[in-house]
Design a protein around this ligand. Structure first.
Ligand SMILES: CC(C)(COP(=O)(O)OP(=O)(O)OC[C@H]1O[C@@H](n2cnc3c(N)ncnc32)[C@H](O)[C@@H]1OP(=O)(O)O)[C@@H](O)C(=O)NCCC(=O)NCCS
Length: 294
């Protein structure tokens, strides 16, 4: 659909990408070999704001997205430029537009940078928080790993969602009830909760289908043994292959995945422009929702 907004950001003709353009913009992430499907684009464009550039024929040549994660933090993602339009300042221009958007909301920007993206984020003032390994694996053989004594793992129900968001927030620094709800309701079979004997939440895993693989994450838990039990349960219940984005600090989770054949062909760097409380601490974040969702 044509958009008549005036040009902004360094003379670049930046257009908003509306949710109904999810099909039209999807080829950008396919060209980059990324895993998002149309449902991901539709959700992200509805929950956040998309900015992009088109060719004269209206075809999308570049995209970027700002997704609010509460009042104080916003996630920048889906920064994509078609191969034939790269190295012309489009990526930087879109990023500046996203930063304007985040600053106008008085929030701090966070993102997970690919190796290609990091060189454009550093000069704009982003700094590294921690590295993340993208893990690929086909599936997990055998029975799911038992949780530690006194912990039970069961499917998440809609009634769990309000307290899930309350559990998640201090451990991740992200306020994202609508994202958690979207993932839990979109793929209930991949949504598992760990509770202690007093029914207190001690961890959860969510997941979603993707273009080429099932994405498992976020995984948030009190400790690593609970995270492994949750991951194994979710992987046993869903079709592979799988991708998971695991902070490199979680050596035990990564070793367990490697024992099940996981490889890690690439990684990300979590970065921020400004300071967001808790965002620099991956202690309880065993897998991201995805670089596009935080
Ligand atoms: C990353 C990406 C968006 C950059 O888009 P772009 O329009 O080419 O970026 P710019 O032209 O604004 O680049 C600005 C500067 O960043 C640096 N830069 C950009 N790409 C680079 C690369 N591959 N290697 C090293 N430096 C690079 C350069 O300094 C460049 O300036 P120069 O061309 O004058 O040397 C694009 O390469 C892309 O779509 N890659 C695949 C998807 C991806 O990884 N996205 C990032 C997600 S975090």
């Amino acid at each position: 659909m044509a958009n008549t907004e005036p040009p902004v950001s360094d003379g670049l003709d930046v257009r908003t990408i509306d949710p109904e353009q999810c099909d039209a913009v999807w080829p950008l992430s396919i060209e980059a070999g990324w895993n998002q499907n149309v449902a991901d684009w539709r959700f992200m464009l509805g929950a956040g704001r998309g900015f992009g550039c088109t060719a004269p024929d209206g075809k999308w040549q570049a995209s970027s997205l700002v997704l609010p994660l509460g009042q104080k933090l916003a996630w920048i993602s889906m920064v994509l430029v078609t191969k034939d339009r790269r190295r012309g300042g489009v990526g930087t221009g879109l990023l500046k537009r996203c930063i304007e958007e985040v600053r106008s909301a008085d929030a701090v920007a966070g993102l997970d940078a690919t190796e290609q993206g990091r060189p454009i984020y550093l000069p704009l003032g982003f700094r590294d928080l921690y590295p993340i390994a993208r893990c690929h694996f086909d599936g997990v053989e055998g029975a799911a790993v038992a949780p530690p004594a006194g912990i039970t793992v069961r499917p998440i129900t809609p009634a769990d969602l309000p307290r899930l968001a309350i559990y998640d927030r201090p451990l991740t620094g992200m306020e994202r009830p609508s994202i958690l709800m979207h993932l839990a309701l979109r793929q209930p079979g991949r949504a598992w909760l760990a509770e202690d004997v007093g029914s207190k939440i001690v961890g959860f895993v969510l997941g979603r289908e993707g273009r080429v693989a099932t994405s498992l994450g976020p995984v948030v838990a009190d400790r690593e043994t609970i995270a492994v039990a949750l991951i194994s349960r979710a992987a046993a219940a869903a079709p592979g292959p799988f991708i998971m984005d695991v902070p490199k600090a979680h050596q035990a989770v990564r070793s367990w995945l490697q024992e099940h054949g996981a490889t890690s062909p690439r990684g990300y760097m979590r970065m921020t422009l400004g300071t967001a409380k808790g965002l620099d601490d991956p202690t309880h974040v065993f897998a991201l929702a995805g670089p596009e969702l935080g």
